[in-house]
Design a protein around this ligand. Structure first.
Ligand code: PMP
Length: 401
């Protein structure tokens, strides 16, 4: 018999749980993952860029490179930030292995066990993982159609202060939020920064989706509105280009970058050089804005297709968001309908969703909410997926009858 190695695990591992729903079953229609449609990039385009990169800089692509990232890639990041109307000093940028690593490193740098972190309710489920791993106490703030409610945020911060509980930062996905698809209004963006100033707190702005806007005018990033250097900005190439490259970035003051750099040395020394050079090659030879535009056109049609089918799919009394961009619709089922149960029954019909509970650090006993993704499947598969979901809902109703 082999020894039980789990007896030596650190205490924090007890709080580390998984929420991902990736599956390789070809019959399963996933309306779950936050996946862009990477088939749009095209195999020939992909191959040509890889060949060009190898011919021009093979040795470098196969080499370790600086922890903070390669110069060629930082220039691409500055271009993306300029497209977000947020000019940044290149010395304030560190390249990370996806935005996910930037979030993990920020938790590593800022959090001691028991520290309070304030987020939206629901929040990005992938942020709850590093928060749990770093033993944070997560306080979630109610949202409405305009994103996080500022009155609720202020009240929560006052209560936490009165209770002597230190808050380390506010974490927010202001635009086309994952999982809700909601966007923080301009007025609330200003108010959020005012509140952060009053309570003297850092704000992490996680912004993977803003360039995937289908309609309406872009809103300023929190970073571009920040007057006193308290916003830490996380960006990524995952949704505008390809998550498989695993390249993101953090914009932060030097004092933070120094520690994040040390954390990144612990984690992986540097982000894959080949991915960084591939992106630089694409920005030099291709038209990245045109590629984003092509995705926007595709996802807009898919969102419309999904929204058009929801009234006939969901039970009467359901409500859902109508996002102006991003990848997600957030659904609220009527009272009495449990989204965990729907998740299970939908899987039996070979369609997957993300149950709402994964967006909450302390889920309620019953959740009525869930997330749908419209970017990864074409319109035919969206329709079939929703037909299967309608059958799953019927199954539940019959079982309850
Ligand atoms: N933040 C948010 C809000 C996300 O939705 C995601 C991806 N699902 C990430 C960060 C991390 O993405 P990546 O590591 O691929 O950049």
């Amino acid at each position: 018999m082999s020894v039980d190695l789990t007896q030596w695990f650190a205490r924090r591992t007890a709080r580390m749980t998984s929420w991902t729903t990736f599956s390789e079953d070809p019959d399963l229609i996933s309306l779950a993952g936050g996946l862009p449609d990477t088939s749009l990039f095209g195999a020939d385009n992909h191959a040509a860029l890889l060949t060009a990169m190898a011919h021009r800089q093979s040795a470098l692509a196969l080499q370790y490179t600086p922890t903070r990232g390669m110069k060629a890639l930082r220039e691409c990041i500055l271009e993306v930030m300029a497209a977000e109307a947020t000019p940044v000093d290149p010395h304030r940028v560190i390249v990370t292995t996806g935005g996910q690593q930037a979030l993990d490193l920020l938790c590593r740098v800022f959090l001691d066990p028991g520290d309070v972190v304030v987020t939206e309710a629901p929040t990005y489920p992938g942020m709850l993982l590093p928060l749990a791993a770093h033993e944070a106490d997560v306080v979630q703030i109610a949202t409405d159609d305009h994103g996080m409610r500022m009155d609720a945020l202020e009240t929560a911060l006052e209560e936490l202060r009165a209770a002597g509980r230190p808050v380390k930062f506010i974490y927010c996905v202001p635009t086309f939020q994952n999982p809700s698809g909601k966007t923080l209004s301009l007025e609330r963006r200003h108010r959020l920064l005012e509140i952060a100033r009053t309570f003297d707190l850092p704000v992490i702005e996680d912004n993977p989706y803003a360039l995937l806007r289908f309609e309406g005018d872009p809103l300023p990033t929190l970073l571009s509105l920040d007057e006193d250097g308290r916003v830490l900005y996380v960006g990524t190439f995952s949704k505008i280009l390809a998550p498989g490259l695993r390249v993101g970035w953090l914009v932060a003051p030097e004092s933070v970058l120094d520690k994040v750099d040390l954390g990144k040395q612990c984690a992986d020394l540097c982000t894959a050089s080949a991915s960084q050079l591939f992106i630089a090659e694409f920005f030099e030879r291709g038209d990245w804005r045109a590629y984003v535009d092509a995705q926007v056109a595709l996802y807009r049609d898919r969102r419309d297709a999904m929204l058009a089918l929801l009234p006939e799919t969901l039970p009467a009394g359901s409500t859902w968001t109508r996002p102006n961009g991003g990848l997600f619709v957030w659904v609220d089922l009527p009272e009495g309908m449990d989204s965990d149960l729907l998740y299970e029954y939908a899987l039996r019909r070979s369609v997957s969703i993300v149950p709402g509970r994964v967006g909450f650090a302390r889920p309620k006993p019953v959740h009525h909410d869930f997330r749908l993704n419209f970017s990864a499947c074409d319109e035919g598969r969206i329709a079939t997926g929703l037909e299967r979901m309608a059958l799953a809902i019927r199954d539940i109703e019959h079982q309850g009858a």
